[in-house]
Every structure is written in structure tokens, then in C-alpha cells.
Design a binder for this molecule. Structure first.
Ligand code: DQA
Length: 165
């Protein structure tokens, strides 16, 4: 008999938080831009924030586009109700990541630590934003917490992940 994965049986809403390339270096990477908070500290904040909302966050980081795509494709099967993703530099050019976000019915919220719209020209465009439920940028680690709130609201609202044409 088919049994759901353990996480899918849990009653708390599950949110998958994905960090893209180079975000493992937070804390030492360009602290003037990204701050001194490490990824482990951010993940702790995210998990505690989700718990205060009665939800559970699972945080993963990869420097590899294909790994992020595999996690997005597998999210529903793992029991996740929503995804929060900081795609790092893949934000600006990865059509494969965009297609993965577009392909799944799980709502996806795009987040950034920095305000990408106030930085270099190449960072001002996101190829992900149009297929994400929305984007939160510029609030440092709090962008992720706002992203979790938006993801939980999106999961509860049941709206389609695509914008109406
Ligand atoms: C970032 C912004 C991207 O332009 C950059 O490549 C990152 C981090 C952010 O969180 O501000 O890696 O996504």
C-alpha cells in the first residue's frame, strides 16, 4: 500500500525554503551588501518564525541549478504546501529554474536579501518574478520571514500560481 512520506502526514503546513548559489557563504560574503548573519542563523530564524505560525519550514541550499529544479519538482510529492526561494544570481538568467517554478502548482514566493531593483542593471531583472506568486526584496534576513508569511497565505488561499492573462 502507498504511504505518504513522514513529513506529508504531519498536520503543520510544510514550507520548503530554498537558497541558491553562493548563499552558503552568507556571513562572510560581501557583508556590506548581505550583512554578517550566516545562513545557519537565517535558517534558525526561518524555522522559529514558521513554528510561531504553526507551520514547519525545511531549509535547503545548493550551488547547483539542477538540484534546485529537482527540489521544486519534488516539493508537492514531499508534502510541501509552498516554496520560498532565493535563487541568487540564477534569478537573473535561469530559464530552466523559471520553467520549473511555472510547471508546479505549489505556490512559489521569490525573496532577496538585497533590494535588487536598486543595484546593478543586470540584477534589476528577474526571470522568475513573472511566474512566482510574488517577490520580496531588500529586507535582509527578514525578507525570508515575510516570504514565509506570503507563502503560507498563498498556500491557504488556493489561488492558481499563474497570474491571470
Ligand atoms: C540575491 C541577489 C542576487 O543578485 C545575487 O546574485 C545573490 C543574492 C539577494 O538575496 O539579494 O546571490 O539573491
Amino acid at each position: 500500500m502507498y504511504t505518504l512520506p513522514a513529513m506529508a502526514r504531519s498536520s503543520a503546513a510544510l514550507v520548503l525554503v530554498l537558497h541558491g548559489p553562493n548563499l552558503n557563504l552568507l556571513g562572510t560574503r560581501e557583508p556590506a551588501v548581505y550583512g554578517r548573519t550566516t545562513l545557519a542563523q537565517i535558517d534558525g530564524k526561518i524555522r522559529r518564525h514558521a513554528a510561531r505560525r504553526g507551520a514547519k519550514a525545511v531549509c535547503r541550499q545548493s550551488n547547483h541549478e539542477g538540484q534546485l529544479i529537482d527540489w521544486i519538482q519534488g516539493a508537492a510529492g514531499e508534502g510541501f504546501r509552498a516554496i520560498v526561494i532565493n535563487p541568487g544570481a540564477l534569478t537573473h538568467y535561469s530559464l530552466a529554474l523559471r520553467d520549473a517554478v511555472s510547471a508546479v502548482s505549489v505556490p512559489v514566493v521569490e525573496v532577496h536579501l538585497s533590494n535588487i531593483h536598486g543595484r546593478e542593471d543586470f540584477r534589476r531583472h528577474s526571470v522568475i518574478a513573472a511566474v512566482a506568486r510574488g517577490q520580496i526584496a531588500g529586507f535582509g534576513p527578514a525578507s525570508y520571514l515575510l516570504g514565509v508569511d506570503a507563502a503560507l497565505q498563498s498556500a491557504a488561499s488556493g489561488r492558481p500560481s499563474r497570474r491571470p492573462r
